[in-house]
Design a protein around this ligand. Sequence first.
Ligand code: NAD
Length: 444
Amino acid sequence: MTEQSTKVHVKPADGRLGVLLPGLGAVSTTFIAGIENFKKGLGQPIGSLAEMGTIRLGKRTDNRVPKIREFVPLAPLNPIVFGAWDIHEENAWQAAKRASVLRDEHLDPIRHELEQVRPMKAVFDKEWVRRLDGPNVKTAESKYALAQMLMDDIQRFREDNRCDRLVSVWCGSTEVHTDITDVHLDPDRFEAGLKSNHPAISPSMIYAYAHIMAGVPYANGAPNLALDTPALAQLATDKRVPIAGKDFKTGQTLMKTILAPGLRARLIGVNGWYSTNILGNRDGEVLDDPGSFKSKEVSKLGVLETILQPELQPELYGKIHHKVRIDYYPPRGDNKEGWDNIDIFGWLGYPMQIKINFLCRDSILAAPVVHDLAMFLDLANRAGFFGIQEWLSFYFKSPQTKPGLYPEHDLFVQKTKFKNTLRYIMGEELITHLGLDYYYADQK
Ligand SMILES: NC(=O)c1ccc[n+]([C@@H]2O[C@H](COP(=O)([O-])OP(=O)(O)OC[C@H]3O[C@@H](n4cnc5c(N)ncnc54)[C@H](O)[C@@H]3O)[C@@H](O)[C@H]2O)c1
């Protein structure tokens, strides 16, 4: 009924953690500003399991439900330091003001701290993000040389900020969609491709390569191909670096992965799911380009198929029409509005509809995801975990898995996997929720 795990040796979270962020835009500045507020005792880290989550241990009758932070050794918020790269020269305060996610009451008290986060020069190529351009960009003869420059940045940041450990979360723009080609198949071919400036190697792949080579745990918050190439996944295993991806699960897809498992669980049929959004921030502008939108679309569309399993239940889910649209609409800024129309059917095939109108704040939902990924990747690293961290699927729209495994999209299965991994790390019983022992234990 329960499984006892052996405690994993976890190195202590002593010293200073540096969190690196390729991309200093709406999400990353909202994340940094939140942490700087919390350090001063202002505001609450709502949405973060690392800061507010609890975990049940043992039997329900044991009444042991500590905070996750008290159960597993996570890095303390103080002293976390932040570093970033961006194609724009604005510091984090200027970038946060421009992104207009947070009000002055959350920016003014930490202005000085935000002004210290000045972006390092980016590795950027307009071919991969067609709607953007900026002056703060590295130049070099080859992609390999650019990767070396990023590794130098990482080393300099580590020394200048006296960091004992680093983690990194890609918060840069969504690059255009690309398929896996030969150059992505193994580390040797990838490295040769970096040296020969292979056109199928994108800037975000160069960041991922540089971080893995520098031994820095790395997560991909955007939907474009990067860590999920066989070459970089293999490199992470070879270098014993934990990685996780991809595409933060927030907003409409979060709602989808909350609702769809419920419909599936009760065998309610679905024959249509139409999702549309309006979004007016820079991310919306980038996604207005068909190439970048394609990356997002692929990431969003995969979710329903895996949850509903039409191959197992074709009479309920075999004819589903799933459509996702994003329209760039500047007046809304970061305050996205999403509409879902879901056509469902029940007993004897009678049709019904569900309508969702989600007035969400994209970066407010994404910031705790960035924080948790930083915290749990650092934990994974100290626990000696490396390669793909599937237990962090909970945070992603397109969870990265080992080849041959289908990704688990159901938020509640993901949550169980996540919490059982924490129990496993700490040598606690894994919880199966079977619960028969409460009823029959006395009769043995
Ligand atoms: N906000 C959410 O809920 C959410 C959810 C899922 C995924 N995402 C993804 O997270 C990423 C960040 O979103 P955002 O709203 O902060 O976008 P944003 O446009 O505000 O910020 C992205 C930043 O990345 C910079 N950038 C682009 N290419 C770069 C490069 N090669 N190197 C360094 N910097 C680069 C841009 O200049 C910009 O400042 C996007 O890819 C977005 O699709 C966001």
